[in-house]
Design a protein around this ligand. Structure first.
Ligand code: C2E
Ligand code: MG
Ligand code: MG
Ligand code: MG
Length: 292
């Protein structure tokens, strides 16, 4: 009340504030309506195998096609979904779409794999593996064609439920991948518990400057070696140029993703690529080789 009486500036500020909170409420209501529908669209980004030069897998990245605001990216609506209890519905929708699409590619003769990002909420939910098993069964996709990407922090919090979920996924034959590796703390104690993980994705902040920063280069090289000694596959995230890709290949990195290899694109674009069309202006990628 004081602020309101004090003068025009404060009143104006309050009005902006109200507008902002009304806007957020509207967006939350729209997300509640759309989280489980086809308004959530998956774009797929290729994962390039550096040994063979072939893409055998794609990561599904969710976009929200909002009726009036247009395409919204995960950084805008994932925190909102998390705060409003909408993550289970969203994740189920994403898994369902990704598994159905991947099964379709298999049916077309392209036995590629698909990776889906999970949130911390998903991993605490004990029915999560069972839901995945049902979706795999429904669409007839083998479990080995699915990867679930989780971030470091999800494993650091000592949570028995999360551990059971990860063990169950591994037992089912679903690969667990550690996303954005290196951006959080206590990565060594964490590596010791990595027996449930098949793959580790080195965060793009290390990849971005590995050609110019000797320390980043050392971290990347030694992480690749460490992972290989632990029998873990290494993926480089965010590769944006050919020289970086060459270095990673030279250092024995297994897989790479990034704008240089391929930007995330809608399913029909991937379907066209999979029709054995070589793509990428640097000619680094050939799609459609079987042998998952
Ligand atoms: P992420 O899983 O680490 O995905 C990589 C992000 O980096 C994607 O952003 C991708 O578009 C972007 N990216 C790929 N290559 C490059 C590159 O060369 N340079 C740069 N600068 N960026 C690159 P996006 O799609 O905005 O997703 C952001 C994050 O949102 C993801 O990070 C993931 O943590 C989360 N996310 C995306 N889809 C889902 C989902 O379906 N469920 C959940 N729970 N999280 C999701
Ligand atoms: Mg990811
Ligand atoms: Mg990542
Ligand atoms: Mg990252």
């Amino acid at each position: 009340y004081k602020a309101k009486r004090a003068g025009g500036g404060h009143v104006a500020y309050r009005r902006d504030d109200d507008q902002e909170s009304r806007r957020r409420l509207e967006l939350t209501a729209a997300l509640r309506r759309d989280a489980g529908t086809d308004a959530m669209v998956l774009h797929y980004q290729p994962k390039l195998d550096l040994n063979s030069g072939v893409v055998r897998g794609f990561e599904a990245l969710v976009r929200w096609e909002h009726p009036s605001l247009g395409r919204l990216f995960p950084d805008v609506f994932l925190p909102m979904a998390e705060q409003n209890g909408l993550m289970p519905a969203l994740t189920h929708n994403v898994l369902s779409q990704a598994i159905r699409q991947c099964a379709q590619w298999h049916a077309d003769g392209h036995p590629v794999s698909v990776a889906v990002n999970a949130s911390a909420t998903d991993l605490r939910f004990e029915q999560f593996p069972q839901h995945i098993a049902e979706l795999l069964d429904l669409h007839g996709l083998p479990a080995r064609a699915l990867t679930v990407e989780i971030t470091e922090t999800m494993m650091l919090t000592d949570c028995p439920a999360t551990e059971r979920v990860l063990d169950r996924l591994t037992a089912m034959g679903v690969d667990v991948s550690i996303d954005d590796y290196g951006t959080h703390h206590s990565t060594l104690s964490y590596l010791r518990r990595l027996h449930t993980a098949r793959e580790l994705k080195l965060d793009r902040s290390f990849i971005a400057d590995l050609l110019t920063e000797a320390r980043s280069a050392t971290i990347v090289r030694s992480t690749i070696d460490l992972c290989h000694a632990l029998n873990i596959i290494v993926v480089a995230e965010g590769v944006e140029d050919a020289n970086t890709l060459d270095k990673l290949r030279e250092w024995g990195c297994d897989l790479a993703q990034g704008y240089h290899i391929g930007r995330p694109g809608p399913a029909d674009e991937v379907t066209r690529w999979l029709g054995a069309i070589p793509f990428g202006d640097a000619g680094v990628t050939v799609f459609g080789d079987p042998g998952l």
